[in-house]
Ligand binder design. Structure first.
Ligand code: GDP
Ligand code: MG
Length: 660
C-alpha cells in the first residue's frame, strides 16, 4: 500500500513528471504519518479486553522472555508487527503498522525511542507457550532502554539487515546481550531486497561475533517469510526464567509510564512468587507500601489478568501518586515478607546537559509537573534546578545524547503541551581547584561543571577534564582516507582498524565527547554517502587544555551562550557562533553587535544592521487588512522570541548557533 502511495506521490499529478525529492519526501512522510495514525487508532479500538488463556496455565517451563535488538532501521518494529499478527494479537494486514511505536514522536520520526512489552501465545510441540516480547530502540542515545529491557529477558533476537550488514549499533547491542549472558538468536532480515547480500553479511557476522552461518535464520519481516521459525527458535533455544512460584514474592520494576487517567503504570517482571490484585507490596528501596489496584499483561494494550505468576512480565497499577516513587531497578515484595533486593541498576550516565526554561515564567509549575511525568517514562534523564538572569527559573537536564534531548523536548511539547527554551547543549566537565580557601568556597576539591556559566575562575583551576568516548565506525574502506582526516580534525586518536569482510572496515577511535556531539555523525554520513554507521561508549574523563568562550550582545555578556572548548578551537568556534547568530537573530530597529571573547580578548565580531524603515509605515490608512496581517505576523513572531537585554532572539537560537 505504501509503495503504491510513494509511486503516486512522486509523480506530479499535472505534468506527470517527477516531483523534486525533498517535496516528495516531506509529503510522503506526512501521508505515512497520517495513515499509520489511522491504522494505529484502529488497533486501539479493536484491542482485546480479555486474554484467550488463564495465566496460571503457564508455569516457568512454558514462559520465554526475549527482546529484539538491532541497529536503527534494521526492522525490529516491523518484525514485532509480524510476530503480533502471527500470534493473533492484532489482525493480519500487509501494512506497516508499527503497533509498538505508540508515541507521536516515534510515528513522526519513524524511530523507536521507548521499549515496549507485549505478551504473545504460541503453540509449539503441541503445547501453548507464553512469550513476552520487548521491542527496543536502536539508536545509541536510547541504549539505556535496551539495557533495562534486557534485565527482564533470558534471550535476544539479534536482527541484521541483509543489505546494510553489521553496523556500529549491532556491535554495541550484541555486546550488551553477550555481557548479560543472554542467549542470542541471530537473524538476517530483508532477504527480499534486490540489493541484499546475505553471503557477505554472514561472513561479517562470523568475523565480528563468531556466529556460524548455519545458525542464522533468514527472514523478510516485511513479507513475513521465515518469521514463524523465529518463534520456534525462541522456544527451543532460549531458556525459561529460573523463577520459583512457591517462593515469597520478588518483583523487579524495569520500566514505568505515566497515563493521564490511570496515573503511574509500572512494568514488572515477577522473579518469584505471585502478585495479585488487592495485594499490599513494599518497595525495597523506600520501604513504602502500596496497594495493587490492577495487574495484567500488554496484549498489545493493557489487559487485566488479576494475577501475575513467577517468570511473567506485565503491568501493575498501584496507589503510587508521586512520579518519582517508581524507581527503575527497584525490587518489590509482599508487605512484611521482605526478600533480598536485586542488585541495583547501573544508573544512566548523562552525556549532554542543557538548560530548559519555560517560555513564560508563569508556566514554571506546569512545566515542572510535565518534566516529572515525562522523566517517569524516561529514567535516563537527570534533573537539576537552574536559574539564569535572562531566562528566569528553570532546570539543567542531562541527556544521553543530542537526539535524546531533541526527542525529550518534542515530547514535552506534544504530550504535555509545554513551550520551552533550550540553551546550547554542553558536556559535563570535571574541575580540580587549588587553594584551601577556594576549595572551601566550592565545597570540594573536585567539582563537576554542568553549566559553563558556573565555571570557576581560570586562576584557581588546577586541572580541567573533559569526557572522552571510544567511537566505533563501520564503513566501506574506500572512505577510509577522508574519514581519518575527519577523526583527526575532531581531536580523535585512531586505535584500531579491522576488516569485517573484504570491503568493510571497523575503525575504533578515541574522541573528546564534545567533538562528536553536535554534527559529527551528519558529516560522517555525508562524507560516506550514508554508508557509515557510528556508535560510542563512555571512557570517563581526561585532562585537556580547555577554555571558556563568552559571547556579548551589544557589549553585555550573555551567560546562556557561554561555551567551553579546546584552546585550539576557541577562535574558530567564536567566529562560527557569531556568524550563525547573525543569521538567526532577525534585524531589529537598532544596530546589534555580536562578539565572541575569551576573558577580555575579543576573538570575533559580527554586526546586524538595523531595519531602516517601519514596514507598517507604508500601509496608509486604507490598507487595513494588510496592516492587520502584518501586525498579526509580527505578534506571532514575537511569541517565538525571547528578550535578552533589549534584543529579541528566537527561542531555538541557542541550539541552532552550534550547528554547522
Ligand atoms: P527499526 O528501526 O529496527 O524498528 O526498523 P523498522 O521496523 O522501523 O523498519 C525500518 C524500515 O525497514 C521500514 O521502512 C520497514 O518497512 C523496512 N523493512 C523492515 N523489514 C523489512 C524487510 O524484511 N524487507 C524490506 N524490504 N523492508 C523491510
Ligand atoms: Mg523501531
Amino acid at each position: 500500500m505504501f509503495n503504491m502511495f510513494q509511486k503516486i506521490i512522486f509523480t506530479c499529478p499535472r505534468c506527470r513528471g517527477l516531483l523534486p525529492p525533498h517535496i516528495a519526501n516531506s509529503f510522503f512522510k506526512r501521508v505515512n504519518y497520517v495513515v499509520s495514525n489511522i491504522l494505529h487508532r484502529n488497533i486501539q479500538n479493536r484491542s482485546q479486553t480479555k486474554l484467550p488463556y488463564d495465566l496460571s496455565e503457564f508455569p516457568v517451563e512454558k514462559i520465554r522472555n526475549f527482546s529484539i535488538i538491532a541497529h536503527v532501521d534494521h526492522g525490529k518494529s516491523t518484525l514485532a508487527d509480524r510476530l503480533l499478527e502471527l500470534t493473533g494479537v492484532i489482525p493480519k494486514t500487509n501494512d506497516n503498522q508499527q503497533v509498538l511505536d505508540r508515541l507521536q514522536v516515534e510515528r513522526e520520526r519513524g524511530i523507536t525511542v521507548k521499549a515496549q512489552t507485549v505478551s504473545l501465545f504460541y503453540e509449539h510441540h503441541g503445547q501453548t507457550y507464553l512469550l513476552n516480547l520487548i521491542d527496543t530502540p536502536g539508536h545509541v542515545d536510547f541504549n539505556y532502554e535496551v539495557a533495562r529491557s534486557l534485565s527482564a529477558c533470558q534471550g535476544v533476537i539479534l536482527l541484521v539487515d541483509a543489505n546494510q550488514g553489521v553496523q556500529a549499533q549491532t556491535v554495541a547491542n550484541f555486546y550488551l546481550a553477550f555481557e548479560s549472558e543472554l542467549t542470542v538468536i541471530p537473524v538476517l532480515n530483508k532477504i527480499d531486497l534486490k540489493l541484499a547480500k546475505p553471503d557477505e553479511v554472514l561472513v561479517q557476522m562470523k568475523n565480528v561475533f563468531d556466529i556460524s552461518p548455519q545458525e542464522v535464520l533468514k527472514i523478510s519481516a516485511k513479507h513475513g517469510t521465515g518469521v514463524e521459525d523465529i518463534l520456534k527458535a525462541v522456544i527451543d533455544k532460549i531458556p525459561p526464567p529460573t523463577s520459583d512460584v512457591s517462593k515469597p514474592l520478588k518483583a523487579l520494576l524495569f520500566d514505568s509510564w505515566f497515563d493521564q487517567y490511570k496515573g503511574v503504570i509500572i512494568h514488572m517482571v515477577v522473579i518469584d512468587g505471585l502478585l495479585k490484585k488487592g495485594d499490599k507490596i513494599a518497595s525495597a528501596s523506600s520501604h513504602k507500601v502500596y496497594e495493587v489496584h490492577d495487574v495484567g499483561v500488554m496484549h498489545p494494550l493493557e489487559v487485566s489478568t488479576n494475577t501475575l505468576y513467577a517468570g511473567q512480565v506485565g503491568y501493575v497499577i498501584t496507589n503510587m501518586r508521586n512520579t518519582n516513587e517508581a524507581q527503575v531497578g527497584d525490587t518489590f515484595y509482599h508487605e512484611n515478607i521482605p526478600v533480598e533486593a536485586l542488585p541495583e541498576f547501573k544508573s544512566a550516565k548523562p552525556m549532554v546537559f542543557a538548560g530548559i526554561f519555560p517560555s513564560d515564567q508563569s508556566e514554571y509549575n506546569s512545566l515542572r509537573s510535565a518534566i516529572q511525568k515525562l522523566t517517569l517514562t524516561d529514567a535516563s534523564v537527570s534533573i537539576h534546578s537552574d536559574s539564569s538572569p535572562a531566562l528566569g527559573q528553570g532546570w539543567r537536564l542531562g541527556f544521553l545524547g543530542l537526539l535524546h534531548m531533541e526527542v525529550f523536548n518534542q515530547r514535552l511539547e506534544q504530550e504535555h503541551n509545554a513551550s520551552v527554551i533550550v540553551t546550547s547543549p554542553n558536556v559535563p566537565y570535571k574541575v580540580k581547584i587549588h587553594g584551601a580557601k577556594n576549595i572551601k568556597k566550592y565545597g570540594a576539591e573536585e567539582i563537576m561543571v554542568l553549566n559553563p556559566c558556573n565555571l570557576p575562575d581560570k586562576s584557581i583551576i588546577a586541572d580541567f577534564q573533559e569526557p572522552v568516548v571510544m567511537g566505533t565506525i563501520i564503513m566501506p574502506d574506500d572512505y577510509l582516507g577522508n574519514v581519518t582526516n575527519l577523526i583527526l580534525d575532531r581531536r580523535g586518536l585512531l586505535y584500531d582498524q579491522t576488516y569485517i569482510d573484504d570491503k568493510r572496515i571497523m575503525v575504533k577511535a578515541k574522541f573528546p565527547l564534545s567533538e562528536i556531539l553536535i554534527d559529527f555523525f551528519d558529516e560522517l554520513k555525508s562524507m560516506t554517502s550514508g554508508y557509515a554507521s557510528f556508535d560510542y561508549e563512555d571512557l570517563g574523563f581526561e585532562s585537556s587544555s580547555l577554555i571558556k568562550v563568552n559571547f556579548l550582545l551589544n557589549g553585555s555578556p550573555v551567560d546562556e551562550l557561554s561555551l567551553i572548548c579546546h584552546t585550539s578551537k576557541a577562535r574558530s568556534l567564536a567566529k562560527h557562533v557569531c556568524a550563525k547568530l547573525k543569521d538567526i537573530i532577525p534585524r531589529q530597529l537598532f544596530l546589534i553587535t555580536l562578539q565572541g571573547a575569551v576573558g577580555s580578548k575579543i576573538l570575533s565580531r559580527e554586526d546586524i544592521r538595523p531595519l531602516r524603515k517601519d514596514v507598517l509605515a507604508k500601509c496608509y490608512g486604507g490598507d487595513v487588512t494588510r496592516k492587520m496581517k502584518l501586525l498579526k505576523r509580527q505578534a506571532e513572531g514575537k511569541k517565538k522570541m525571547r528578550k535578552i537585554g533589549n534584543v529579541e532572539i528566537p527561542r531555538d537560537a541557542f541550539i541552532k548557533a552550534l550547528k554547522r
